[in-house]
Write a protein that binds this ligand. Structure first.
Ligand code: PLP
Length: 458
C-alpha cells in the first residue's frame, strides 16, 4: 500500500477553540456592523481572516526568541537577521520595520512622489494605499488569464510584458520609481510568478533604466510553485530557487508575518548603499533606530530562523498541500473556486455563488457573513469593499473578481478543520438561491475602507 502524505511536524502546544450557536453569531455579527474585522476572536471558531501573523512558530523559533538581544544599537539579533537575509535573499543592505506596510512607508518615502506611476502585478491594498497616498498611480499589468477564475494557468501572478512595456514607454523614467512585482500575487489569488517572467520583467527594467522591487510576503510559496511547475527547476532546492528569483530584484519589501513565519515584523532589502542611507533617515523617523526599526530583538532572532524554515521543501509541501486539500474538497462539492488553488488561501468566486445578490450590495461580503453564520468561520472579502473608490471620481471601483478569501494560517489548523470549512461552505452553497439581498454601507473611511466599514442589511 502506498504510504499517504502527512504533515512534516508534530504538535507540542495546543490552544483551545470555542464552539458557538447560530443565535449568538447572529447577534455578534449585527453588533459588529456586519464587518468581520469587528468580531472578537472568541466569537470565531475557525479564523481564516488572514494568514498574516497567525501562524505557529517552531520549537527552534521559540528558543531563538528566548535568546533575543534587546540592545538598542547593534544587537546580536539584528546581525542574526542580517546574515539570514543576506544568505537566503542575497541583499547586502536591509532595514527592519514593524511590518510590511511600514517597509512600504519607509521605502516609498524615499522613492515615490506625486504624479509618479508604479506598474506591477495587482498591487496589494496597503502597497496601493501607500502609492495613492503620495498622489502617485499604481498600474495593474497582470496577465489577463488572472481575471478568469476558471482558466488553468500555472503562473497567474505573471506580468503581461506588453502592458508593462507600454507604461515604461509612455512615461519618462523619472516618473517610474520602480516596477513592483508581488510574489506570490496576493490580490490575484495567491498566484505565483515564474522565473521566466521575473527575468523578462528585469530585462525590460534594464532597457528602460527603472529598478525592480519585489513585494515579497510569500516569496517561499512562490519558489515552491516554481519547483513544481516551471521546467528546469524540479530538481533545485527551494533555497536555490529563491536565489534565482532575487537575482532579478534591486530591492524588496517584506511582511514577515507570512513566509517569515513570525507574528509581527517586516523589512526592506536592497543592493544599493545610497538607497539604504536615504531610507535609514525615514526608518529612524517612522520605525526606530536602524538596527531594530520597530522590532524587538527577540522577534528579529525568531525571524532569522523563520526565513530558514520557510524555505525548506518539507515545510512548504505540508503548507501548500493543506490549502490544496481544502480547495479540492470544495471543487468536489461544486463550489466555484479560483483555479488553480493559490498558495496561502482558497478564493471562492462569490459572483458565481450569489448571483441573486446585486453587485452593489457586496456579494463577497455577503458570502463571508453567511459562512460566519453557518459555522463561525471567518473569511475576508476581496472584492468591491477592498477595491475602494476611485480617488478621482469617488465612485465604487468594481474589480474584475468578487472573491471570498479563506486564508489558511501556517502550521495552525489540521485537515479536520478543513473538512469543517468545506462542509459549512457546501451548506451555504446549497441554499444560495434563497440569498437574494446583501448589505449597504452606513459609514466608511476615505482610504482602505474595508477594515473599518460599517454595514446594514439591504
Ligand atoms: C501582507 C502584505 C503586505 C503588507 O504587510 P503587513 O505586514 O500586513 O503590513 C504587503 N504586500 C503583500 C503582498 C502582503 O501580502
Amino acid at each position: 500500500m502506498e504510504i499517504p502524505f502527512s504533515e512534516s511536524y508534530k504538535i507540542k502546544m495546543v490552544e483551545p477553540l470555542r464552539k458557538t450557536t447560530r443565535e449568538q453569531r447572529e447577534q455578534w455579527i449585527k453588533e459588529a456592523k456586519y464587518n468581520l474585522f469587528n468580531l472578537r476572536s472568541e466569537q470565531v471558531f475557525i479564523d481564516l481572516l488572514t494568514d498574516s501573523g497567525t501562524g505557529a512558530m517552531s520549537d527552534r523559533q521559540w528558543s531563538a526568541l528566548m535568546m533575543g538581544d534587546e540592545s538598542y544599537a547593534g544587537a546580536r539579533s539584528y546581525y542574526e537577521l542580517k546574515e539570514s537575509i543576506e544568505k537566503i535573499l542575497g541583499f547586502p543592505y536591509f532595514l527592519p520595520t514593524h511590518q510590511g506596510r511600514a517597509a512600504e512607508n519607509v521605502l516609498f518615502s524615499a522613492l515615490v512622489k506625486a504624479g509618479d506611476v508604479v506598474p506591477g502585478n495587482s498591487h496589494f491594498d496597503t502597497t496601493k494605499g501607500h502609492i495613492e497616498f503620495r498622489k502617485a498611480k499604481a498600474v495593474d499589468c497582470t496577465i489577463d488569464e488572472a481575471f478568469d477564475t476558471e482558466v488553468e494557468h500555472p503562473f497567474k501572478g505573471n506580468i503581461n510584458l506588453n502592458k508593462l512595456e507600454k507604461v515604461l514607454k509612455e512615461n519618462p523614467k523619472e516618473k517610474i520609481p520602480f516596477i513592483c512585482v508581488t510574489v506570490t500575487c496576493n490580490s490575484s489569488g495567491g498566484q505565483p510568478v515564474s522565473i521566466e517572467n521575473l527575468k523578462a520583467v528585469y530585462e525590460l527594467s534594464r532597457k528602460y533604466d527603472v529598478p525592480t522591487m519585489f513585494d515579497s510576503a510569500r516569496f517561499a510559496e512562490n519558489a515552491y510553485f516554481i519547483k513544481l511547475r516551471e521546467k528546469g527547476y524540479e530538481n533545485k532546492s527551494i533555497k536555490a530557487i529563491v536565489k534565482d528569483m532575487y537575482q532579478y530584484a534591486d530591492m524588496m519589501t517584506m511582511s514577515s508575518k507570512k513566509d517569515g513565519l513570525v507574528n509581527i515584523g517586516g523589512f526592506i532589502g536592497m543592493n544599493d548603499k545610497e538607497l539604504h542611507r536615504q531610507c535609514s533617515t525615514f526608518n529612524i523617523m517612522f520605525e526606530g533606530y536602524v538596527t531594530y526599526g520597530g522590532m524587538a530583538g527577540r522577534d528579529m532572532s525568531a525571524l532569522a530562523v523563520g526565513l530558514d524554515e520557510s524555505t525548506e521543501f518539507d515545510y512548504l509541501e505540508t503548507r501548500i498541500k493543506q490549502v490544496e486539500y481544502l480547495g479540492n474538497k470544495l471543487i468536489e462539492y461544486g463550489v466555484p473556486v479560483q483555479h488553480p488553488i493559490g498558495g496561502h488561501a482558497v478564493f471562492i468566486d462569490a459572483n458565481k455563488v450569489l448571483c441573486n445578490v446585486p453587485k452593489k450590495e457586496y456579494q463577497a461580503q455577503t458570502l463571508g457573513i453567511e459562512l460566519y453564520l453557518e459555522a463561525g468561520i471567518r473569511g475576508v472579502e476581496i472584492g468591491t469593499l477592498l477595491a475602494d473608490r476611485d480617488p478621482e471620481t469617488r465612485e465604487n471601483r468594481y474589480p474584475d473578481l468578487e472573491l471570498l478569501r479563506l486564508a489558511i494560517p501556517r502550521r495552525a489548523y489540521t485537515n479536520n478543520h478543513m473538512d469543517v470549512i468545506a462542509a459549512a461552505l457546501k451548506n451555504v452553497f446549497d441554499r444560495r438561491d434563497k440569498i437574494t439581498s446583501g448589505y449597504n454601507i452606513t459609514w466608511e473611511a476615505p482610504i482602505m475602507r474595508h477594515f473599518t466599514v460599517e454595514l446594514e442589511k439591504a
